[in-house]
Design a protein around this ligand. Structure first.
Ligand code: KIV
Ligand code: ZN
Length: 521
């Protein structure tokens, strides 16, 4: 049990509930890297995946378990012995392993495996007991708890506690609850369920009505001591509770919510950027805490106030979340040492070889753009991680004609080391370019998302482009940045095709997850 009654555990499920979001699939290496960053940030429990879902999930959870230094490593399992055994096989390598098993308890969810109340109660007793026989640390969740009859919820929570669960998680699976109700539900369980004092209650909220953060905090005020969340609020539909929002809310409003987490908040921005990059889900500009505009004071009145007294309009400092306050620009005369120091400030530690490569890209950018800002460097780092000289498909040369007289593209690409050139017409320059890529590398992938953002202000700003493609149930994203929006678009498109090709060919950990049903039959 926790010694400090006001300590709130942070349970991050970016790699499980977040990654489950269509299109957010991460590679094995990316999952390992994100887990390491979460561990270093002070996340108490990392839900690293759903081991029975695929070989890839199993391999990722096992390796994360082996590497973890401080965090508890948790895996998800349905209420089935095979799931729980597989989960244990993956998490058992951790210094502190946890099995998280769940079943849908609301009337709608009970109907799917066709279990009546008694049969489900029996299944819960058997599976939680089985999990507890394997592992001392067992979390149990009644999926769709917020739409489960209160009497039945109390009954099954009591059974789970008696069967050995050490954490009871109360999910608002469809993002339906509201703050007062979220608090009342936790309070009701703490009051009515025998043995509730001996376990930790967790809150797991989805954001369908935009209330996930408020619902999580209300649950904490009522007695929950674990918040389940994801970086950037990543997750299916409208996502999960955003880690950065609950953590910063508890920090900034400690006066009225006197609860502590173990999170090093200065690591928030680095994680947010990295998760946005590897998941292919960009952060909306006005997103609380980590959005590009979250600390911008554009209007004259605001700027005046901030200059006179920073607290006039700023309730937290950018440095609190690891955002560099002085966005001092760099230019073409800046040297390697300055670049390395600036990258380090932004959370990128680069070795000598990487610095060499990044420096060349930086110089090329500085030649085209007078001032290179922090955001430009972040975009450059993301581009250099996403598109490399080892890629099977590479854009070598692009010439585009556009304007009122028609649009066409002349494109040269390297395909598996071989150079190929084509000419293509299209409805607009981007369409002409994508058709040219299709001519060089015929494919049946469907374009699901094409998004362009300007990195900074000004007509010489870089554009970051995100592309999401789908092919036979596999989804891959590509990202690129360039001052030439059309070139960035083609590079992002080709990047997504490279990732799809890799997915198609893989049989190991990066092979796509099977779509497993969330129901226990
Ligand atoms: O939202 C949900 O109910 C879940 C469970 C698997 C805990 O993610
Ligand atoms: Zn969930």
């Amino acid at each position: 049990m926790m010694s400090d009654k006001n300590r709130v555990l942070i349970f991050d499920t970016t790699l499980r509930d977040g990654e489950q979001s269509p299109g957010a699939t991460m590679t094995h290496a990316e999952k390992i890297e994100i887990a390491q960053m979460l561990d270093e940030m002070g996340v108490d429990i990392i839900e690293a995946g759903f081991p029975i879902a695929s070989e890839g999930d199993f391999a990722a959870v096992s390796e994360i378990a082996k590497n973890a230094k401080n965090s508890v490593i948790c895996g998800l399992a349905r209420a089935q012995f095979a799931d729980i055994d597989r989960c244990w096989e993956a998490v058992k390598h951790a210094r502190q392993p946890r099995i998280h098993t769940f079943i849908g308890t609301s009337p709608l969810h009970r109907a799917i495996p066709n279990l009546d109340m008694d049969q489900m109660a029996e299944r819960i007793e058997q599976t939680v007991t089985h999990a507890r026989n394997l592992c001392d640390n067992v979390q149990w969740s009644p999926m769709d708890a917020t739409r489960t009859e209160h009497d039945y919820l109390c009954r099954v929570v009591e059974i789970a506690i008696k069967s050995g669960a050490t954490t009871i998680n109360i999910p608002d699976t469809v993002g339906y609850t509201a703050p007062r109700e979220s608090a009342e539900l936790i309070r009701m369980l703490l009051e009515r369920v025998p043995g509730a004092d001996n376990v930790i209650f967790a809150t797991h909220c989805h954001n369908d009505l935009g209330m996930a953060t408020a619902n999580s905090l209300a649950a904490v005020e009522a007695g929950a001591r674990q918040i389940e969340c994801t970086i950037n609020g990543l997750g299916e539909r409208a996502g999960n509770t955003a880690l950065e929002e609950v953590v910063m809310a508890l920090k900034v409003r400690h006066d009225i919510m006197p609860f502590d987490t173990g999170i090093d908040t200065t690591k928030i921005m680095g994680l947010s950027r990295r998760v946005a990059q590897v998941s292919g889900f960009p952060v909306q500009f006005n997103k609380a805490i980590v959005g590009k505009n979250a600390f911008l004071h554009e209007s004259g009145i605001h700027q005046d106030g901030v200059l006179k007294n920073i607290e006039t309009f700023e309730i937290m400092r950018p440095a609190d979340i690891g955002l560099n306050e002085a966005n001092i620009s760099m230019g073409k005369h800046s040297g390697r040492a300055a670049l390395r120091a600036k990258l380090s400030e932004l959370g990128y530690e680069v070795g000598d070889n990487q610095l060499k490569d990044v420096f060349v890209r930086f110089k090329a950018l500085a030649d085209r753009k007078k001032e290179v800002y922090d955001d430009d460097l972040v975009a450059l780092m993301q581009d250099s991680a996403a598109n490399t000289e080892d890629d099977f498909l590479q854009v070598k040369h692009l010439r585009v004609v556009c304007g009122s007289d028609g649009q066409s593209a002349d494109l040269t690409m390297i395909v598996g080391g071989e150079e190929k050139s084509v000419h293509s017409e299209g409805d607009g320059p981007v369409d002409a370019c994508f058709k040219a890529v299709q001519k060089i590398w015929p494919h049946n992938a469907e374009l699901q998302l094409y998004q362009v953002h300007a990195v900074t202000e000004g007509t010489d700003a870089q554009a970051t482009v995100s592309v999401r493609m789908a092919e036979e149930g596999r989804i891959a994203t590509g990202q690129a940045a360039d001052t030439d929006t059309i070139l960035a678009s083609v590079k992002a498109y080709v990047g997504a095709l490279n990732r799809l090709k890799l997915r198609r060919e893989m049989v190991g950990p990066d092979a796509d997850a099977k779509q497993v049903s969330m129901y226990s039959h």
